[in-house]
Design a protein around this ligand. Structure first.
Ligand SMILES: [Zn+2]
Length: 392
């Protein structure tokens, strides 16, 4: 059985040298919805131009894109962080908090990168408060920006994005249920601390998923199940300039990705991937679902669309071999990546440089990461490359 140390996709999730970011890297990141990089809603990994910020329980780690090395985001060569969790090591509170990589109790899979900071959601077990924590890219400065809400436990999750010093977020119940749900998309002003409800709805079996941001549009999927069990989904976007909600699409869909404010991709279970032209009001089938992609999750890196059938494979591995299907924007198959590799976990993020998965080693004895560089993605013989994990 595959170990699931990191977040399930269904829920969906030193001094580092970070100088020398090119202007291009910034511009490119700004014009793209980076939440497209995720199959689900929440994630333990966030992509930045220089590397990946990884939330590993109570620690932030950094996987450099330059040398594929994974380190604690600490920067203090005297710090004994690699020893803290070892048996018989008596770590003190003072020692813990003096480690720059230590973030305390957080909601797992709550890491977000928004230039030039890394964010995580802190959790207070005494008060149940969830707070937004901001951390400098090298880990040296940690700030608590304030309480944004509450959660019964760390199994709860908030989906959030950041844009222009405002956090947009939605609280998600762990699963669909029959009671009357009150769902909302809210904003939290990082400077004033003010919280505002931008969209509110109530109903049975109502939920909000996949909050994503593109150029001032805050988009999300609202999903509703009626008494007869019929599901309706709506793709809604809050326009931060006009301050109003717009319905982009209504009809059943499971996942979506944003190309730009007029073009979206929709994944419909058992049907496949559609390209949606909002201005024209048309939708076109790009990829027709086959046996392997009939129940899958969608991610998008700006060049390729990705379908992960991890959940179907978890239910029936014989019938649905676990693979990531890679399709170009014209709907041509690029590759199908085998995920049934001993010790390999799930793909957690795909950005412009790499496809990144968690990795436990062939003996399941090391928790680390593996990746496939983008230039090797179309190779039918491509293999996962474990990263170099440095415990210092
Ligand atoms: Zn440390």
């Amino acid at each position: 059985m595959r170990k699931k140390v990191f977040c399930s996709l269904l829920a969906c999730c030193f001094m580092v040298s970070v100088s020398g970011l090119s202007e291009n890297a910034h511009a490119e990141e700004e014009e793209f919805c980076s939440e497209n990089y995720l199959f689900g809603t929440i994630n333990p990994v966030a992509s930045s131009p220089m590397g990946y910020y990884i939330l590993d329980y109570a620690y932030l780690k950094f996987l450099s894109k330059e040398n594929n090395q994974l380190i604690y985001l600490c920067g203090n060569p005297e710090c004994k962080h690699a020893e803290f969790d070892k048996p018989f090591y008596q770590v003190t509170e003072e020692e813990l908090w003096s480690c720059n990589a230590y973030v305390g109790t957080v909601l797992p899979c709550s890491v977000v990168y928004e230039d030039p900071y890394v964010y995580v959601l802190g959790y207070d077990e005494m008060t149940s408060d969830v707070s937004l924590q901001r951390i400098s890219m090298d880990g040296s400065v940690h700030e608590n920006l304030g309480v944004i809400g509450q959660a019964p436990d760390t199994g709860s999750y908030y989906t959030y994005v950041l844009d222009d010093n405002i956090m947009y977020f939605s609280y998600n119940e762990p699963s669909m249920n029959v009671k009357n749900n009150h769902v909302s998309v809210q904003s939290f002003d990082l400077e004033s601390g003010e919280i505002e409800e931008l969209y509110v709805a109530e109903g049975k079996n109502l939920n909000i998923y996949l909050v994503r941001e593109y150029d001032g549009l805050i988009c999300f999927r609202e999903s509703k199940l009626d008494e007869e069990g019929n599901q309706t989904d709506r793709l809604l976007c809050y326009d931060t300039e006009k301050e109003e909600i717009e319905e982009v699409y209504s009809g059943e869909f499971y996942r979506y990705a944003i190309e730009d404010s007029d073009h979206f991709y929709l994944y419909v279970t058992d049907e496949g991937i559609y390209s949606l032209d909002r201005a024209e009001g048309t939708k076109e089938l790009l990829w027709e679902a086959d046996e392997s992609t009939g129940f899958a999750e969608l991610a998008y890196d700006g060049e390729y669309l990705y379908l992960s059938n991890w959940y179907a494979a978890l239910i029936d591995k014989e019938q649905f071999p676990y693979q990531i299907t890679v399709v170009d924007k014209d709907g041509n198959l690029v590759n199908q990546i085998d995920m049934d590799v001993k010790g390999l976990g799930d793909v957690q993020i795909i950005d412009r440089e790499n496809m990144v998965a968690d990795w436990y080693g062939p003996e399941y004895d090391q928790v680390s990461w593996a990746l496939i560089p983008k230039e090797k993605l179309a190779d039918p013989e491509v293999e996962w490359e474990p990263v170099n994990s440095i415990n210092e």
